[in-house]
Design a protein around this ligand. Structure first.
Ligand code: LMR
Length: 394
C-alpha cells in the first residue's frame, strides 16, 4: 500500500536546518529557521519559564488529562493577552492547540466545515506552511499581493486591488504582526481599511499572530488584530506561545473564534472541541500551564515582559546596526528598509542564486526567498554579513 504514497515536496526551512547543521565551517552563520537566539547563539529558556517550571514541579500532583479544549485558565489568559478588552468574552470560543500551527490547522478545518466553498485569501508571500495546510485540508485558496520587491515595503494598493475579488463568506488570512517572511507590516490606518473592506464584503478575517511582543511591543503588536476583531462580526485567531515565551518544543498555542454578538457559541465551541478530540484528543498541557502561571502571576508576568522587551530591543538594535553597516559599505540608504521592518524576519531581496552564493562562499544561511532571521546575528557577524551582501552584488 505504501508504494501508492506520493513523494512530498521538500520543506525549504527544514532542509536549511539540516544543511546548516552538516556544514563543518566554523564561521557559518544561521539566519534560517525562525527561532530567537541571543548574542551567544543560544535559544535561552526565559527566566519566568524556569521559575514557573520549578513551581510546577513542586505543586503538580497529576498528569491526568485536562480537557479536549485545554485548561480554561490558559485560554482566558491568552484571550486577555491577544485581545485585551477589545471584545466581550461572551463572544469567544477557544481551544488550546498544539502550537500556533495546530491553531491554523483547526481554523482551516473549521472553515471547511462551515463553508466548503469559501476561498481563503493568503498574502503572497506567506509562511509556506499556510499553503501546505490549505492544500492538505482541500480548501480553495488564492494569493493576494502584499510585498513590493522594489521598496521592500507593503504594496497596499496592490493588496487592496486583489482583495477586491473577495466574495461574501470568503476568509482573508492576515499576519497579526511581524509578517513572516517579509518583516513588512500594515499600519493601523491600513488595518482599518482592510477591516472596513471585509465588513462591506461580508468576509471573515483569520489572523495568525505568532510573534506578539517581537515587533513594537506586546500591546502595539496586537493593535491591528484588536481593531479588526472589534470591526467584524466573525474572526478566527491563531495565537502561538512558541516565540514570545520561547517554548518552541512544548507546542503551546490556541485558537480563538469570535462569534457575532448575541449568537450562541455552542456550535463554534463544540466544533473546536471535536477538532481537537478527532486529531490529538487532548492538547499538550505543560507549556500552556507555564504560560497561564506566568500571565496570572503579576511578578512572573512583569519578569517575562521585561525579558521579552529586552529581546525585542536587541533585535531592533541588530536591525539598525546592519542597516548602518550596509549604508557605510553601499554609500546609499538602499538597505534602510532593514531598520523599518519589524519582528524576526526581513526579506533582503536577493535572487535565489545570490542566496546560494552567500551560502557557498561565506557560509551564510538564509531561506531561498532571501528571508533572514535577524536574531541569528550578533555584533561580530553583522560586518561579516554586510561585507558578504556587498561582495555578492545584492
Ligand atoms: C519559521 O518560519 O521559520 C518558523 O515559524 C519555524 C517553522 O516552523 O517554520
Amino acid at each position: 500500500m505504501f508504494e501508492n504514497l506520493e513523494a512530498q515536496p521538500g520543506d525549504g526551512i527544514l532542509e536549511l536546518m539540516g544543511l546548516f547543521r552538516d556544514d563543518p565551517r566554523p564561521g557559518k552563520i544561521d539566519l534560517g529557521v525562525g527561532v530567537y537566539k541571543n548574542a551567544e547563539g543560544v535559544t535561552p529558556i526565559m527566566r519566568a519559564i524556569k521559575t514557573a517550571e520549578k513551581r510546577l514541579w513542586e505543586v503538580e500532583d497529576t498528569k491526568s488529562y485536562v480537557a479536549p479544549t485545554g485548561a480554561p485558565e490558559f485560554l482566558e489568559a491568552m484571550a486577555g493577552l491577544v485581545l485585551g478588552d477589545a471584545i466581550d468574552r461572551d463572544r469567544l470560543s477557544y481551544a488550546a492547540t498544539s502550537g500556533g500551527t495546530g491553531a491554523v490547522r483547526s481554523g482551516m478545518d473549521m472553515i471547511g466545515r462551515a463553508n466548503p466553498d469559501a476561498t481563503v485569501w493568503v498574502s503572497d508571500p506567506t509562511w509556506p506552511v499556510h499553503w501546505a495546510i490549505l492544500r492538505q485540508v482541500g480548501q480553495k485558496h488564492r494569493p493576494y499581493r502584499y510585498f513590493d520587491p522594489a521598496t521592500r515595503a507593503v504594496d497596499f494598493d496592490a493588496m487592496m486591488a486583489d482583495l477586491d475579488g473577495v466574495a461574501r463568506g470568503d476568509v482573508v488570512l492576515l499576519h497579526g504582526c511581524c509578517h513572516n517572511p517579509t518583516g513588512a507590516n500594515l499600519t493601523l490606518p491600513e488595518w482599518q481599511i482592510v477591516a472596513d473592506h471585509l465588513s462591506e464584503r461580508g468576509a471573515l478575517a483569520f489572523v495568525d499572530i505568532a510573534y506578539q511582543g517581537f515587533g513594537d511591543g506586546l500591546e502595539q503588536d496586537a493593535a491591528g488584530l484588536r481593531l479588526i476583531a472589534a470591526s467584524l462580526p466573525e474572526v478566527i485567531i491563531a495565537a502561538s506561545c512558541s516565540k514570545n515565551f520561547g517554548i518552541y518544543r512544548e507546542r503551546a498555542g490556541c485558537i480563538i473564534a469570535i462569534s457575532e454578538p448575541g449568537q450562541s457559541r455552542d456550535l463554534t465551541q463544540g466544533m473546536l472541541s471535536v477538532l481537537n478530540r478527532n486529531s490529538i484528543s487532548f492538547p499538550p498541557d505543560h507549556g500552556a500551564r507555564l504560560v497561564s502561571m506566568i500571565l496570572n502571576d503579576p511578578a512572573l508576568r512583569a519578569d517575562w515582559q521585561d525579558e521579552l522587551e529586552g529581546i525585542r530591543i536587541g533585535m531592533l538594535d541588530l536591525r539598525q546596526s546592519l542597516a548602518d553597516a550596509l549604508r557605510a559599505r553601499a554609500g546609499s540608504d538602499r538597505f534602510g528598509f532593514l531598520a523599518d521592518h519589524r519582528g524576526m524576519f526581513s526579506r533582503l531581496g536577493a535572487t535565489p542564486e545570490q542566496v546560494q552564493h552567500l551560502r557557498d562562499a561565506f557560509g551564510i544561511y538564509m531561506v531561498a526567498d532571501s528571508r533572514m532571521n535577524i536574531a541569528g546575528l550578533n555584533k561580530a557577524t553583522i560586518p561579516v554579513l554586510a561585507d558578504a551582501i556587498i561582495a555578492t552584488g545584492i
